[in-house]
Design a protein around this ligand. Structure first.
Ligand code: ATP
Length: 137
């Protein structure tokens, strides 16, 4: 059993898609074990997206992620990291398959609604960035 970090990005919150997106994970059999509606600071966004520093989209990405509240989730289940990545779909909504969250709800590469940890190592790192131990149940 794994726990992964999912972020419903500012576009998902603003478009009032939180309930429908959470339902995708719950319908699959995954469990929400942590949840926090919060505004990400520039410092936290920088830590979270450190691997993208220097890329052309980095500044816009940090600006977007800090622009409005996000819903941060800890999600648990068998192979949760890989299962969630598949539920999200490809980064670009245009390329993401129908049936995936990005494939069904968006057309954008940047405003792509959700983030999900991409490995066990990033899940551990990202969960520690966003949650204290006692906030995950
Ligand atoms: P995430 O890490 O958010 O789950 P991902 O692993 O599918 O997404 P990455 O390549 O790690 O995609 O990029 C991180 C985020 O940066 C993307 O989710 C997207 O919001 C943004 N991004 C990536 N590439 C571009 C781009 N070419 N133009 C604009 N934004 C981009």
């Amino acid at each position: 059993v794994e726990t992964t970090l999912i972020i419903l990005k500012p576009d998902a919150v603003q478009r009032q898609l939180m309930g429908r997106i959470i339902a995708r994970f719950e319908d699959k059999g995954l469990q929400v074990v942590g949840a926090k509606l919060m505004r990400i600071t520039e410092d936290l966004a920088g830590k979270h997206y450190a691997e993208h520093e220097g890329k052309p989209f980095y500044a816009g990405l940090v600006k977007f992620m800090t622009s409005n509240p996000v819903l941060v989730l800890a999600i648990r289940g068998d192979e949760a990291i890989e299962v969630c990545r598949r539920l999200l779909g490809k980064t670009n909504g245009i390329e993401a398959d129908p049936g995936t969250i990005r494939g069904d709800f968006g057309l954008s590469k940047g405003y792509n609604l959700v983030h999900g940890s991409d490995s066990a190592k990033s899940a551990k790192r990202e969960l520690e960035l966003f949650f204290t131990k006692d906030e995950i149940h």
